[in-house]
Design a protein around this ligand. Sequence first.
Ligand SMILES: Cc1ncc(C[n+]2csc(CCOP(=O)(O)OP(=O)(O)O)c2C)c(N)n1
Length: 824
Amino acid sequence: MTTSSISSELSSAALRAQTFDAFRRWGYLQASLDPLGQYLAPVSVPELDLDNEFAAGARRCYAGTIGAEFMHIPSRERREWLAERLESTQPAVDSGRILRLLARADLFEQVIQSRYLGTKRFSLEGVTALIPFLDELLNRAAELGAERSILAMSHRGRLSVMVNTFGKSPVDIFTKFEDVDPRSILGGGDVKYHVGATGTFAARNGATVALHLVSNPSHLEAVDPVAMGRTRARQDRVGPDGRDRVLPVVIHGDAAFAGQGIWAETMNLAGIEGYSVGGGIQIVVNNLIGFTAEPDESNSTRFSTDLAKRLPLPIFHVNAEDPAAVVRVAALAAEYRYQFHTDVVIDLIGYRRHGHSEVDDPTVTQPLRYARIKDHPPLYELYARQIGADPAPLAQELHAEFAEEQKKATTVRKKPVLVEMPDYWRPYEGGCWRPELEVDTGLDREAIASIAAKVSAYPDGFHIHPKIKKLLDQRAAMGQGKQSFDYGMAEAVAFASLLLNGTPVRLSGQDSQRGTFNQRHSVLIDIENEQRFIPLNHLDANQAHFSVYNSILSEAGVLGFEYGYSRDYPETLVLWEAQFGDFANGAQIVIDQFLSAAEDKWGLLSGLTLLLPHGYEGQGPEHSSARVERYLQLAARDNIQICQPSNAAQYFHLLRRQAMRSWRKPLVVFTPKSMLRHPDALSPIVDFSRSRFLPVLPETEIQNAQRLLIATGKIGHELRVERAKRRDTSIGIVFLDQLYPWPEAELRAAIEAHPAAREIVWVQEEPANMGAFSYAMPRLRRLAGDRQVLSVKRSAAASPATGSAKAHEMEQKTLIELALKGPA
Ligand SMILES: Cc1ncc(C[n+]2csc(CCOP(=O)(O)OP(=O)(O)O)c2C)c(N)n1
């Protein structure tokens, strides 16, 4: 070979590399992605103004109907893996199957449109390519090891997915439109496009994939972390290969994806040990409109998926009117996920045939676009043309089939059941509380002593921090009955006792391993090598696993995840801890829409426990209140439990009760801060042998009180301390440790034990418009009979607490003074 031919060969290789590199980087900006060509017109990219022999090939790979963004992935191996596949000859697709799926998707919608005109269904028409996408995705995933898939999606196309992917009977879906049997769900239930479903996907390799569609609220994207938590629970249930066997698939709308931050929170969990699920398939059903909002009103960037670019994962934009390309991307997405175990984002770009719902007229806001859409044929017709098939006979057959099913639905009288509950929910129940459901949670002294020794031990040669050594020595002394227990030790013993009984415990929250208030120290750190030791995982060879994770700095994402986890692992005590209770309102959607309403809306239970530090300690407006009032307002029909254990033993019994009862209800616990070690809140070992959590701690030290104060938590202890200082024997102090369900009988007994008390006084630290005041007062009046019911509280306020520590002290003093002295 001559020097010049070598150099020309070299330069040819270099030119090819340069050309392909430019298209790998920027080709997606010139891809033909928008079927109606209105929004995503190819942009000019100087790097792609190439006129050489390689440009056409590179353009075909990267600027056709698939636009791949992957050059931001730092791993060269992953970039090369993707480039190789995107540049190789594309495998043939099963066009007959694709056509049938597309036709089913369109005709299902058309039958609903004709029979239930003006009823909301949130049609998928315009992006029906989602159905062949899911078909290929699940087929490929089944080949790669998936046995189960957790799917989450909002309203758009949900009914179609139930029928065309989950295999639900169309009769069941049409029956939902008939809205039969309304009496069975008066005041409860949910609309048809939010309810969950289970189904089975029969894959082409003969395997089946169990499918779960997560019930979700209208609140867009709130379901994202729930789906991931459910997936993780399912993966943990099956063991080390769980991430291969259980695949999460989350389907988003383009406006919601770009607008709601909870997806970003959820994705930030993706690579973190306690929350990873080995990657999920994230599909944006991009109809280039959000209700009436244009793309440039919904996001600041070209693609709604640009949010995902901060993550090292591929994003595939694909024109939904090239079904073969859609199916290829589906296969590639599954393969990538199984190869590298990260999320993959697919931006499936189409249009929306009707208004936002079928009762909206889109010609009012987008007249020109909808004039074009009106004349645009459905995708199955276009695809039939592409592959040279006649769609008419197929359309006729499917139309007749759906019409027949619709007719059947008009004769059904019972509500269809779309969800089959897994066996592991069988031992548990919801509904209203019955005393027979109570369990004893006490442990005998020897058991406590033996557990206490284990939780305060660490291996020989472990270089323990001197402060932690002191703490563990104290804990050991508590177990020996030499010292009273504090909350930290009460919790450790409760966890240990459950683990030894085979109940796994999972706790996550910001800085939860140590504990915000230095109270937990569940993970010991060797001060010479930073090796970690978790005493709660060294109790016994047969114990259940203790998982404790420091979460990312997120509330909505993490709480949603833990809620999801609790949904698929009812045998585990799952706890989420807020750094301070105030921050839980960042997760308000999860609390309102899932935690407190899921049983009512969907018949779904959860035993998730929220630990919310609460108490007025002069730390300012944002470190005082867990917003007790909000949880009380959400409480009805025994949907949740709201408690504030006023001493260490009460906390112990409460945690055990939550795990041991078959009654699975979310538990909201207002936990202490400074009171964690308050001498009045410590508990002697004997209280751990007592049988149960007491919803009410009656006044027993003082006989025949003249005035009875009723309080929760810290203020009760402060009142007791002050009362002792004053040597007052006329005032009784009752702790209300369970606010909901309201312990009517116990409280009545506590009041009646002091017949001379003519005044019952509700005392709270919170302002009058907060705390349990509005909730407790009418209930106390009902119990008090002819006694007077008074209250002591801070004045109503717009913000929960003062920013001045001194002002706080003055206020607190006044509260205590008023409570102990009574009205002048
Ligand atoms: C958190 C939240 N805010 C507002 C709404 C009201 N809403 C319902 S659908 C919708 C538009 C969604 O657009 P997109 O995400 O593109 O999905 P599409 O309906 O177009 O499929 C809006 C604003 C909502 N459901 N949830």
